[in-house]
Design a protein. Sequence first.
Length: 212
Amino acid sequence: MDLFSFAVAVFTALFAIVNPLGAIPLLVSLTEGYESTEKRRVVTKAVISAMTTLLIFAVFGNYIFAFFGITIPAFRIAGGLLLTSVGFSMMRGQPPRTKSTPEEREEAIDREDIGVVPLGIPMLAGPGSITTVMIYVSKSESISEIGIVLLSIIAVMSIAYVLFIYGDRIFSRIGRVGSRAFSRIMGLIITAIAVEFVIEGIQAVLVQWGVL
């Protein structure tokens, strides 16, 4: 796969699993009554915390594999199964269980703390997006490809920041129905990518066993 194709694949997968447009209804409901400056601080905290989390796992993902003795094929299969579950939930119009829960929302007592939990983690940087980042880093065969993964994280989070800043305007136009429709499309893309991860993992295992 050439660098351009790899960049498109990484960006598409990460944007789909982060799904910032689908997170706008939660943002609007949690920041109802906030002043514009206060809402901007919440959005900034959400994006920075999510981006930092994903960058850390992108950089140290391989060390995590080595520490726990996890093989890359096994992680691809497990990650693919996790993403399949997330994708199915999104296609059914349900918030994935790997995203924020009602309990996590209630625990965010401070008005600006909701930027970190649940908006930043796990809404933007949840198990699904972390898994996606780590799998693509493990697939990278050069420094350039790792750099593409890091740049994709920054690009997706930059888009999320812009969408969140204009969240009220966007939500007033598309509403919950439009947001759910977009999430269903993203869910289909995630499911297809997840199946590819599982296939690649199984193929790698069969090669290790000498079957292929």
